[in-house]
Design a protein around this ligand. Sequence first.
Ligand SMILES: *Cc1c(COP(=O)(O)O)cnc(C)c1O
Length: 454
Amino acid sequence: MPEHTKYLLSENDIPKDWYNIQADLPFEMPPVLHPGTKQPVGPTDLAPLFPMELIKQEVSKERWIEIPEPVREVYRLWRPSPLYRAHRLEKALQTPAKIFYKYEGVSPAGSHKPNTAVAQVFYNKLEGTKRIATETGAGQWGSALALACQLFDIECKVYMVRISYDQKPYRRYMMETWGAKVVASPSKDTNSGRAMLAQDPNCNGSLGLAISEAVEDVVTNPVPSKYSLGSVLNHVLMHQTVIGLETIKQLELAGAEPDVLVGCIGGGSNFGGFAFPFLPAKLKDKNNKLRIVAIEPAAAPSLTRGLYAYDYGDLSMLTPLIKMFTLGHGFIPAPIHAGGLRYHGMAAQIGELYRHGYIEARAVQQRATFEAGVMFARTEGILPAPESAHAIRGAIDEALKCREEGVSRTIVFNLSGHGHFDLTSYDKYLNGKIEDYVLPDEEIRKAQEALPVV
Ligand SMILES: *Cc1c(COP(=O)(O)O)cnc(C)c1O
């Protein structure tokens, strides 16, 4: 009997609860601060932005939080997602390692992001929200939210970072097909946008600026509106734990025990959702042999080179202050081809786990990342998102280490999405037009000077 390639679960195996790592963290998380008073925020401070249930989840210490049935019903459209054994990649690498990958590209939006979009929109619907505004970079989060808003009949407005709006129209068409209204950020629709346009009419925009616009939009719009964030926050990472919970069951089916987990990190949600359910044993015993490795781009290296400090989530300093690894709220990233990994900050939970030595982090270069993505497409068939190719690079490097050392380890990585809307980037890579970029030290010094005084 040949070994399986896919490990599939039935719809009954879709998790019934999300795993809340907050219950098991052996350290206290620094409080989130109000941007004006610099005092810890309370639920009423966040109420203009988020529905109360999500605010509760953000601070909850309950280990398991029930997934509402209407959310599981939508999850059934694509969950459980498959776990694959990468037989062909292993062979190409001539490695004694076993490589598995969990594939989140099977969702309608093509990434893990609908796992939280559906949950967030559901709670908004319950609490009477009529309209949700958000930001999007390359468009993955915007399309996930547009899909979820369509399914629960809520209006959706997306501020899309200008450079992507101009260069990647297909994600916009997808959002518009799902009924969302999309504008380029900076836009004329908000004070933050107008101020930036006055300064620089050709501004390419940034996620930090688009967040400012979306936040300003929801607090000023006469229609009951809320804001929605696709990564970084505790409740977002928690919604993503369906990934890791399913993976645990699938590895049991495969009779495999992971030695190394690998994921890419932008704001930390797919990595957190994939890795957190594996963490309890390690949190109890730091000598547990499982290694958990986060891979980030050398152009936006928030964990490996960022500052650990209180910072804003956005450019206009409207959001609460989070103690996190950050490249500064004014960070305008180099136009690397992994749009989803260009955010300046990293989820606080990931940052604390890193600081306390429970997870590792590595930064990788763009060309090596595309090289890994192309190798994956040529062996396993799936054309990965450039973001996900960072995880592939990490997994391949672990597998090559196994080859050098002549040991077999089980490597499991999260393939967060497909790259069907990133073909221009592949075209550039295949024609030798992708360049490496490392964030200069000078940029980090500038960020240090602009940090808020707390
Ligand atoms: C958005 C995105 C990421 C990065 O965001 P995280 O919150 O760090 O997961 C990674 N991969 C894909 C496919 C994405 O769409």
